[in-house]
Write a protein that binds this ligand. Structure first.
Ligand code: SF4
Length: 345
């Protein structure tokens, strides 16, 4: 069986220097997968997919000393479309390796996203490394010096509303827009609440509430008008008979953990979403589960309606704001977790 869909493999070969409180993937220790892991993983899937795109990272890009060689190897391992950059880079490396920005420049990277959580103390705490905030500012300068546009994103919560405004003012006082325009680039500042997967689930209680977003920040929240509170979704989806079943349309994206566990890219990498293990499960069976979307999580998703999810797990008195798809996923994850807990009790 050769799948008609192309396969993208994102492998956690090197890990991540950060431990962000908003990490939607969930925290995992960094672990060496061994020198042959990349080729071996691709060889497992090759008989079933004639178009494979290989990424050696799923957390921090370029968190590998030989990032140039690594980029070439990722391209060489790919049998389908070559890997892309997605305007992502490592700010950790940007401030430690003077040649790294030249590499980004050579690849034609036009912009790089940098994530803040507030001002200095909050950002350092939420990235999980002291000095992160200053590194982000230093990375901004390095990018500008090399005519690459920085893009600042901030996760907005009940706790950092004031700091978010301070960060916006900081970007203005640093004249980031005009410095980008000077070389034909574009500075972007944007805020959002983040999904409620992975580590971010733990921050549910501090999620921003309707009416609490500072007026000045509203223009910086993309699709703000499409946001609703939990209470509004509970009313909107009462009796709704559709199901929340994530699905691969044009390609299949698989995350490979550093313990060779496989996951879809639908939500966090928690046990209930695990497809199987590449080292211990037969590859034919893994590919069948992947292509047929036949996993316990997806089977459970098909058996409960959105109306039932909302009734069981929604909070009809909550003003916390969500994007619709994020809230659906949040409800489904609560259900899967509850099922897992019940099974263990
Ligand atoms: S959000 Fe990104 S940078 Fe932060 S811990 Fe997760 S993978 Fe690393």
């Amino acid at each position: 069986m050769i799948s008609q869909l192309p396969l993208t493999l994102c492998v956690d070969l090197y890990g991540c220097p950060n431990r962000c409180t908003h990490c939607w993937l969930g925290h995992m220790p960094n672990r060496d997968m061994g020198p042959e892991a990349d080729a071996w993983i691709v060889s497992q899937f090759k008989p079933y997919f004639d178009r494979i795109t290989f990424y050696s990272w799923l957390r921090e890009p370029d968190f590998c000393a030989d990032y140039r060689g690594r980029w070439e190897r990722d391209k060489a391992l790919s049998t389908g479309a070559p890997p892309e950059r997605f305007e992502l880079a490592s700010f950790w490396r940007l401030v430690r390796d003077p040649d790294y920005v030249n590499f980004l420049k050579e690849l034609g990277v036009p912009a790089v996203q940098l994530t803040f959580f507030g001002t200095e103390q909050t950002t350092d705490r939420c990235v999980g490394r002291r000095g992160s905030f200053r590194e982000l500012l230093q990375a901004t300068d390095i990018l500008l010096e090399h005519e690459i546009s920085p893009r600042w994103q901030l996760f907005l919560t009940e706790e950092n509303r004031q700091e978010a405004l301070e960060l916006l003012h900081l970007s203005q006082s640093l004249e980031l827009s005009s410095r980008c325009e000077a070389f034909g680039g574009r500075f972007r500042f944007f805020v959002h609440g983040g999904s409620c997967d992975g580590e971010n689930r733990k921050r549910y209680s501090s999620m921003i509430q309707k009416g609490h977003i500072p007026e000045l920040l509203i223009p910086y929240w993309l699709n703000y008008e499409q946001l609703h509170s939990e209470a509004e979704y509970c009313a909107l989806w009462q009796g709704e008979s559709s199901h929340v079943v994530p699905h691969n349309h044009k390609e299949i994206v698989i995350y490979v953990s550093n313990r060779f566990d496989l996951y879809y890219n639908f939500t966090h990498m928690r046990p209930e979403w695990r497809i199987g293990n590449l080292q211990t499960d037969p590859i034919e069976e893994l590919v069948r589960r992947i292509v047929e979307e036949d996993t316990p999580a997806l089977r459970a998703a098909r058996e409960i309606t959105l109306g039932e999810l909302t009734e069981r797990y929604g909070s009809a008195s909550s003003a916390r704001l969500f994007e619709a798809e994020d809230y659906k996923q949040f409800l489904l994850n609560q259900h899967l977790e509850r099922m897992g807990n019940d099974a263990h009790n």
